[in-house]
Design a protein around this ligand. Structure first.
Ligand SMILES: Nc1ncnc2c1ncn2[C@@H]1O[C@H](COP(=O)(O)OP(=O)(O)OP(=O)(O)O)[C@@H](O)[C@H]1O
Ligand SMILES: [Mg+2]
Length: 411
């Protein structure tokens, strides 16, 4: 008996797409990592400008962007013919309908693929760990999206999403740097208009700020964050003696394009991620999202979910994030809002078996190599019959066989 009897040897391996807001992961089913991770953007043929896929204005604009982008993936990066292989698409359950419909239209009508399997990103990330219950938080580029999964079923009533991901940190880092250099310029009384470092920082390309954030910044621990917040409020750093002063981490000397040099102060390096942990009356921080999601699940689900937290998405790779989240969760469950509702204090984080930024892609690659591919895929014939992609949220596509036959009788 063959070892993997679910993988048909005669059929070519399916291609797996995970089209994120910032990066697209693309590769083949059954492989342990994507063949390429490229920015989700294309060069506009008319204007020559780079356009992110998610900056579409309407359906026809998105169609044109996707045609160019998928052409690039197949013919520049993977070098395979689209007609030969089935497709797996890893998508968020909150993906806009216009996006999934247009993507299907591009793949079926323009590239003539034979079938598409849609897999929910949170559910398949969990399957890479071999567990069926967990609280999955995808911290990618634009949003942190949290969906609890209990015994293999997503608990959709408890989903949470906040704009607390790479983009929020990116903006905070840029603002902090501009403010820092403006203060220096004010203090030194610099009058050279048009040559200010603060203006140069405003003009820095996003890729440079991203590089500074990824390679030079980290999440600090709760004690230091609190001391910084206190020092900011009372201006403690100026008034106290040196023993009470917070020792800053070293500044980062960053070279831009081989010529220009800017200094990133240690305090900014460790404080730009505080945007995830700011508490206000709306309770919109990252730890609040986790606790609110757990509370909104039924009582018997809470403890297993808290003991199986899974962080995926590129931003969850930031140094210190897991440790800080754990500290904040332990602190928050003793506050007025949560103390009555939490009768336990054990929170555990899983370690992904891959790099977190392609954890959900790997889940898609695993499913694409099993017989789920044959059973659950949307075939070209079915798509042309429905004229749309069947949607889990639509009752028309989610009726039982009995209901369908009843309707056929009445017709
Ligand atoms: N080692 C790292 N440390 C910190 N951040 C990182 C690291 N590697 C990647 N990132 C950041 O992760 C972000 C991209 O993550 P990911 O690929 O999960 O996003 P996405 O899938 O495109 O977005 P979304 O899931 O929101 O649609 C980028 O902004 C990148 O800077
Ligand atoms: Mg993503």
């Amino acid at each position: 008996m063959p070892l993997f009897d679910c993988i048909s040897l005669s059929e070519k391996h399916a291609v797996v797409f995970d089209i994120g807001t910032r990066f697209t992961k693309f590769g083949f089913a059954g492989e342990p990592s994507p063949r390429c991770i490229i920015p989700s953007e294309v060069k506009c043929a008319e204007s020559g400008k780079i356009r992110p896929i998610h900056s579409y204005k309407n359906e026809s604009d998105l169609y044109a962007l996707l045609v160019d982008f998928i052409h690039l993936l197949y013919f520049k990066h993977a070098l395979v013919s689209p007609k030969d292989r089935r497709v797996v698409i890893v998508e968020s359950l909150l993906c806009p309908t216009i996006f999934r419909d247009t993507l299907a239209k591009v793949l079926f009508r323009h590239f003539e693929v034979s079938s598409i399997l849609y897999v929910p990103s949170h559910l398949v990330s969990l399957s890479t760990l071999g567990i069926s219950t967990g609280l999955i938080i995808d911290i990618g580029y634009q949003e942190a999206i949290l969906i609890p999964v209990y015994e293999g079923v997503p608990v959709l009533s408890s989903w949470q999403a906040q704009p607390l991901a790479a983009l929020a940190v990116h903006r905070r880092l840029k603002d902090d740097l501009v403010e820092y250099y403006k203060n220096i310029e004010k203090e030194s009384g610099e009058k050279h208009e048009g040559n200010k470092i603060s203006d140069n920082i405003v003009d820095l390309p996003d890729s440079v700020i991203e590089d500074i954030r990824v390679r030079g910044c980290f999440v600090t621990n709760r004690e230091r964050a609190q001391r910084f917040a206190l020092a900011d409020k009372t201006d403690l750093s100026d008034k106290t003696d040196s023993s009470d002063k917070i020792k800053d981490v070293p500044d980062l000397v960053y070279r831009i394009g081989g010529k220009r040099i800017i200094t990133i102060p240690g305090k900014i390096r460790e404080s730009c991620h505080e945007v995830f942990f700011e508490y206000d009356n709306d309770y919109l921080s990252l730890p609040n999202m986790i606790l609110d999601a757990i509370i909104s699940c039924s009582v018997d689900m809470r403890k297993p979910l808290a003991a199986n937290i899974v962080l995926t998405g590129g931003t969850s790779m930031t140094h210190g994030l897991k440790y800080r989240l754990l500290q904040e969760l332990k602190h928050l469950i003793n506050t007025e809002r949560y103390k009555e509702k939490f009768k336990f204090d054990t929170f555990k984080f899983h370690k992904m078996i891959t790099k977190e930024n392609y954890g959900s892609w790997l889940g898609g690659a695993i499913f694409g190599a099993t017989d789920v591919m044959m059973v659950r895929s949307l075939t070209k014939e079915a798509y042309l019959g429905f004229k749309c992609v069947p949607d889990w949220s639509s009752l028309i596509h989610n009726r039982s066989n009995k209901e369908k036959s009843q309707q056929q009788h009445t017709l």
